[in-house]
Every structure is written in C-alpha cells, then in structure tokens.
Design a protein around this ligand. Structure first.
Ligand code: GLC
Length: 544
C-alpha cells in the first residue's frame, strides 16, 4: 500500500462557530481559529478540517450555501481566510474545507433563478417534478423533513430536497452544473487549501424515476444511486488529480464492499471515507458489533483503500457521553476511546474539545436547542399529538447540539469562548472541564492525546500495521494487534466500569514486551500471563 501524508496524519475538526469568538458577537470565527493555531499545533495536529463558512442564511449552520465564493459574515472575510491558510501552512499543518455540493440554500441565486420559470436555463440545475395525483411525486422522506418534496406555487411543481426544505438538491445530471462546481472547487484549491471533506457526497446521484419506497423511513434510497461513481471519477479527472490534496467523503449507508468502490486507489474517486455503521447505525455502544464492523471494514479495504476513524463530530453526540463514561471515569474513558481510535486502521479524527474530554449536554427546553434536525423532528412529532415532554426527552441523547456547545477554554464566564452571549449555551460543566485546566495537569486527557499523536509520528505500525482482533466474543474487552515488519503492538482495552481479568493470548505470554502507553498512573505490573484491568483501562504493549 502506498504511503501518503494523509494516511499518516491526525485530523482536527474545527466547528468554527463554536471554537473561539474573536470579535465578541457570540459566534466563533476564522480569526478566532487563527488565534488558537498554536494550541492546535501543540497537540501535534497535521490537518485541520473546517466546517463550512461559505455565505449562507445559516438555517443548517452553513450547510445551506447561498454563495460558494463568499464568506459568511459571522465567520469573517476572504482576507482573514487567506491569512488563516497561510498561518496554518507556516505551522506545517494542512487545511481541508467542507465541500457541500449535494444541495444549496434556497436563497442561492441559482435556485432563485431555477424556480423563476419552467424554461429558465437553470431550471434543470435542480430537480423539479410535476405533482402526482395532486400530491408529492413520491413518498420519500428527507433527513430533516417528512417529505423530500416541496411544492412551488409559482411554477406548480415540486422540488427535491434530501435535507431541509431550505436545502434544494442540485441536479448532477446537468453537465453545465457539474462544470460550475468543478470551477468552484478549483477556486478554493488555488487558494492553497489541501483538500475537501465532502458532505454527503454519495447522495449526488438520484434514482431516475423516483419510485415509491416500501418503507419511506429507511432513507437509504437517497444514497449510492447509479451514476455516482461516474460523477466522482469525473470530479477527480477534472479537478482533484491535478492537486496534491486529500479527500474524505461523508458516505452514509455503505457496506465495506460498496465503500471500496469510493476509495479503491485504482478507481480514481476519493482517498478516504466516513462510513456511518458506528455513529449513525449503532445507537449505543455494542462491543461485539463494533468489533465486527472494524474487522469487516479492515478486510474490505485491505491493501486497496483507506478508512477514517472517528466516534463523534458536529453531527454526533460527544463520544464519552454516548459511547463511554462521562461520569466517574470520564478521563479514563476519554483516554481509552482515544487509544482505540488512534490505533485502529485508518486516519484518526479529533473533534474539537474531544482532546479535553468534553461531554454532551442536556438543556432544559427545546428553545435552548438550535439543531434544525432536532427542532423539525420535535415539531413533527408534537404535531402528531404526542406528549411534548416525552418527545423532547427522546431527542436529547442524539441532538446534534450535544457536540456544538462552545469550546471550553477556561473557567471564566462563557468558558472564555466569547465576551458576549454565545449563539448556543455553554455546557454548564466548563469550570471542571476546560483547556486551561487540562494544560496545567500533566495527566490530563490533553497530554494523553498529545502522546498518542506523537507516537503515530514515530511508529509506522500505528499507521500501516496489519490488524487482527483477538477478542471477537468478549463483551467488555477489546484486544487486537497491529503488525508491521518485525513489530507487533498489542492493544488491550477494558471498555467497562468494572475490573476485568485479561489473560494474554498464548503467543504473547512470557515474552519480553515494552509498555508503550497506559491511561492509569498506577503501574499495572507487567505480568507475563494475565492482568487485572482497572475500569476503562487502556494499554499498548510492543513486541519485537
Ligand atoms: C452532513 C453534515 C450535516 C448537514 C448535512 C446536510 O451530514 O455533516 O451537518 O446538516 O450534511 O448538509
């Protein structure tokens, strides 16, 4: 398998609006990111992924774009962006941007023109259909709405939207539209960015005749439709292959077999992907299932394509809250999950604040929430006559706002994020969990991440090692090896609140080994046959 910088990299995701507010308007901004680059660099980060900051009415926090060439006022301006790119490069880091080309905002001039009349040349840049028997053209739901169709009174047709009503889908069948997108990608690449995180990129192609779905709630009909690989290959030929960049596709609803089609190095589409068999499809931690997902993806992509590792991002509740322990063992749990993500095959992603073990939130009322997905779902269910309190409770754990609360910099008002009222409330635990505290404590989650990241730089086994699960049937223990040339790492994780006995597999018994890292201060003796693991204990041993 070829060695490349993006396989060796650790990526840090910045949800800029919640990162640092430099001008006191309650929103984070690009200048705020710039002012914190030394912090990010000090962690050892190689690549920064910035969530979208294009011009946008901001109904879906920047994923509804009204001008692909402009910068949202809240975020800053082009000059600041250019300075930011330069400052990132000066620090020997790279930066990738979100590319959102499945849909635009309904305020985008392309859509405004498209909806203006049936025969406007841009009519075909979006997806328009006549009503079927006076109603929606089919029964499909969208991610954020009960139907994926919205009626336009002016022209008596429906337009298609995979997300909110305010996010009409582009029609990728139209070659002119595709060229316009490629032009826009070149514009940003020529500004020196190092790649793209591609928003729901496997949704670009639609099923031609839009047949009714048997189960409209299973919205996988939105993804992986015929034509998608042709578009991505064309995008690669026209744009990507002319630059030394990385691409990571957000690819919901894929199996490893299908996933390989997107990232197979011989096919010229994408470099890597985020699949959602964990974050979307595994609601609660399920160790056996997680292991089988890891094994099947490893086998499926082996020697051919590259994976990504993450457990949370701006759409998914913080990992210690959702999959770990955010109470008594918060720090141990945060370190264990980090050990796992950084030693499984694929490029690891850190979502801002994860490196200090930030947790999810439970605000008191729906009015405290901003997430359009949650709010729309809340209103849909309440309108059906369900008890509002029950609906609200049911939405709390997975609300996307769990991860969107401001970065906790210190114990001051608003966690040092802003001097104004933040656009979304700060997590009330900021006095206990914040960057300043983490930096003052050499045993903090922060320094553990820093160590893991620096290990990746010095140990190819962590990047390129073969993977083998030695614990398929264990409920709480996850034990696996990575092997590269003559080096083997044995990773031992006790993902539970109880002590667990770990017996070394036969071939690792009574053999000399070196402890690479552990998340407990207390020295767990280097026993040769078995270990009593503490709750959420994580260990890596090296054998040569
Ligand atoms: C992706 C983004 C999410 C957004 C959606 C629509 O899933 O990560 O935040 O709402 O696409 O663009």
């Amino acid at each position: 398998m070829n060695k490349t910088w993006w396989k060796e990299a650790v990526v840090y995701q910045i949800y800029w609006r919640s990162f640092f507010d430099s001008n006191g308007d309650g929103y984070g901004d690009l200048q705020g990111v710039l002012s914190k680059l030394d912090y990010i660099k000090s962690l050892g980060i190689d690549v920064i992924w910035l969530n979208p900051f294009y011009k946008s009415p901001d109904r879906d926090n920047g994923y509804d774009i009204s001008d692909y060439y402009g910068i949202m006022e809240k975020a800053g301006d082009m000059e600041t962006f250019e300075r930011l790119v330069e400052a990132i490069h000066e620090r020997k880091m790279k930066v990738i941007m979100d590319l959102v080309v499945n849909h635009t905002s309904d305020q985008h001039p392309w859509f405004v023109e498209s909806r203006s009349s049936h025969d406007h040349p841009k009519r075909d840049w979006f997806i328009w259909k006549d009503p079927k028997l006076g109603a929606e053209p089919n029964n499909w739901r969208s991610y954020f709405a009960p139907s994926s169709w919205e009626f336009d009174e002016g022209t008596n047709q429906y337009y298609f939207h995979s997300f909110a009503v305010e996010q009409p889908d582009l029609n990728w069948k139209n070659p002119e539209l595709r060229q316009e997108i490629y032009k826009m990608m070149r514009f940003w690449l020529n500004k020196g960015i190092d790649g793209f995180r591609m928003d729901v990129i496997n949704l670009l192609a639609k099923i031609d005749d839009f047949p009714d779905a048997e189960n409209p709630y299973d919205i996988s009909y939105l993804a992986n439709n015929p034509g998608i690989h042709k578009y991505l290959q064309e995008m690669n030929e026209e744009v990507l292959q002319h630059y030394d960049v990385m691409t990571v596709g957000e690819i919901p609803f894929v199996s490893p077999e299908e996933g390989l089609l997107y990232v197979d190095e011989t096919r010229g589409e994408l470099n890597t992907l985020f699949h959602f068999q964990v974050a979307d499809e595994m609601l609660e931690w399920d160790m056996k299932r997680f292991k089988s997902i890891q094994t099947s993806w490893y086998q499926g992509l082996k020697q051919k394509g590259w994976n990504s590792q993450f457990l949370n991002n701006h759409d998914h509740t913080r990992q210690v809250t959702r999959y770990g322990n955010d109470g008594e063992y918060r720090e141990e749990s945060a370190k264990l999950l980090a050990t796992m993500i950084h030693t499984l095959p694929g490029t690891p992603y850190i979502f801002q604040g994860e490196e200090i073990g930030m947790t999810g939130v439970r605000f008191a009322s729906i009015d405290d929430y901003n997430d359009i997905a949650m709010r729309n779902k809340y209103h849909e269910e309440v309108n059906k006559g369900r008890d509002p309190k029950e609906v609200f409770e049911g939405l709390l754990l997975l609300s996307r706002d769990n991860s969107r609360t401001p970065m906790q910099w210190n114990g001051n008002k608003e966690a040092g994020f802003t001097t104004d009222k933040p656009w979304i409330k700060v997590n009330p635990n900021y006095q206990e969990i914040n960057v300043e505290k983490a930096l003052d404590d050499l045993d903090s989650v922060f320094y553990y991440y820093k160590k893991l990241i620096s290990l990746r730089k010095d140990n190819e086994v962590m990047v390129y090692g073969d993977y083998q699960d030695l614990s398929l049937n264990e409920e709480n223990l996850y034990v696996y090896t990575r092997t590269f040339k003559e080096v083997t790492w044995l990773i031992v994780l006790n993902h539970s609140d109880e002590k667990q006995m770990f017996i070394f597999p036969e071939e690792y018994r009574n053999k000399s080994k070196r402890k690479i890292i552990s998340n407990y201060k207390s020295e767990n003796e280097l026993e040769d046959e078995c270990l009593m693991l503490l709750p959420h204990e994580a260990l890596i041993f090296e054998y040569k």
